[in-house]
Design a protein around this ligand. Sequence first.
Ligand code: CDP
Ligand code: MG
Length: 687
Amino acid sequence: MPSMAQNGRVTTDFKQSNQAHNSNAFARREEIRQQRESLPIASVKERLIEEVKKHDVLIIVGETGSGKTTQIPQFLFSAGFCREGKSVGITQPRRVAAVTVAKRVAEECGVELGQKVGYSIRFDDRTSGVTRIKYMTDGLLLREALLDPYLSRYSVVIVDEAHERTVHTDVLLGLLKNVQKKFPPLKLIIMSASLDARVFSEYFGGARAVHIQGRQHPVDILYTLYPEKDYVDAALVTIFQIHLEERHGDILVFLTGQEEIEAVERLVQERLRQLPESNRKLVTVPIFSSLPSEQQMRVFMPAPDGHHVDSHIQVVLATNIAETSVTIPGIKFVIDPGFVKARSYDPAKGMESLIIIPTSKAQALQRSGRAGREGPGKCFRLYPESEFEKLEDSTKPEIKRCNLANVILQLKALGVDDIFGFDFIEKPSRAAIVKSLEHLFLLGALTDDCKLSDPVGHQMARLPLDPIYSKALILASQFNCLEEMLITVAMLSVDSVFYAPREKLDESRTAAKCFASPDGDHITLINVYRAAEDLLEKRKWVPHTERNEKIFKAKSEKIFKRWCKENFINGRSVRHARDIHSQIRGHVEQMGLRITSCGDDMLQFRRCLAASFFINAALKQPEGNYRAFGTGQVVQIHPSSVLFQSKVECVVFNEMVQTTNKYIRNVTRIEYMWLTELAPHYYTMQS
Ligand code: CDP
Ligand code: MG
């Protein structure tokens, strides 16, 4: 009987695939077990556990890839540190690291993510009541301290990647030092990849430091003969040189951000197409912080998309996230252009900007080290050797080069009123604290005597956003345009919504025009968001059944992808913005803010932008440039703005970037008169 035969065959197939699945799963478990056992840290497990038991503060220094982040929390779990419902919390400076490591550790433990092992980062929480090993960003643990100042749910807090010295790590160390005073003290472990543990040890009163021996193979360092004019181009040439000459081993390229990574991805694809078929066995894998989490794990997989690892070279295009936060297996070649995107703050002007600066020597060494994890490797530094000598020894802590408004707001919410007296591991300058206090005062977050204002200051501290954006949301509920502001803030929180490939500049600019608003970039961003929302959500052809839902999803995804391509829109960024949007919406709903839309009344929305971003307003100068009111700086509208080369008189903006010129980005046209009307405390003060 045909149906029997068919049934029979289906059953056998199923059995076979099930068996295959079981043996695959078994092989994977075995592989993981072996990998774990061969890590340098495995041989010192018992000694480490003893050290943690003996010391309330312990500093652990170990080379990247020795197994600190993935193994130590598991050691502590097995040693009974998670009894009575307590957890081990591990902070990471970067979202991607928290997510990818948690996934890996869940797999190592053979549990589902979000059960025993989970992660929690801003706008994404994968933990539950049974989570005992929790990876999170340093910023997130700071937020938790707002609700639970003694961090009482943790038995051990591990501050990982402390050498990165992010502003959140520094503040967290200060808070933890205070929490330590309570009895019984919270156990604290500080982990760092830099050999110099002194600064942490001294800060914690001579705390014990242990070093874990790593395993490092020799790495050949190659320099260019002359400085490179265009490091992106130089990186591209080097990728293909390695691909065509060396033929085996994966490549890791350090770039400065999403935009650059995506540009290189496209350029590599293009050049590949010009090569003969047999030379095209190369795949690019991007990794940066705002990459959707399902794509972040790709770097840990052997060549993706069904390609076999032996036949394809992987080119991992990473930000400095791959320096120490995540260890990518299989890397033999490192390409290091020698640059990093960093925050920079000018307290005199109160202006924070993102700039691309040379790495420090310590960073360059970490980067080259990535090539020698599994065997001898090579590192191509895209600058002459003489330049290396000129680099700073180590990177300046972020707290010394950022706007402190956010941190101060949180410290105030934690009851730390005397910011100048706070025991920072390294004190920010007095000028920077004063300027940031002034900034918060102007936003209405502080009272005359520098306390958090009620309700605005408290509301702002509750939102996980830059204070200026939190204030914009609060104001928008009064201006009846919170719908629009939620979208705006979500879109401003992601990188580059539009992309403009060099070779298709005109085409991409024409495409962008369909969304452009003559009023500026904020409304343009709303237009893009709403158009994407329409594609992804509008159900024109209901009925609403499970099957329809599936078909609809697949279909709309396809349409969305095509639409992104045709319009030069970065689908990843728009999806990320949609995620952020739903999270912040949840927060403002909880706070009881009224979510209404101003409909077509964009005048109302622009007035709200003026009221929110008045600190960043600029006026056109006779010679065509703009002058920022607050700082007096001469700036230009960035070429990516819809107001580039327009003749508008007065604008507000969100971002300043400095390349050869000072550019302002995310710009909207306003009336000068609104500023004196809506921010009289600032604009009468100025004149
Ligand atoms: O923290 P540390 O740099 O000392 O090492 P780790 O992050 O614990 O990594 C230990 C090992 O786990 C490395 O060999 C990584 O390649 C591997 N790993 C992985 O395969 N997949 C991940 N998602 C994370 C780590
Ligand atoms: Mg680590």
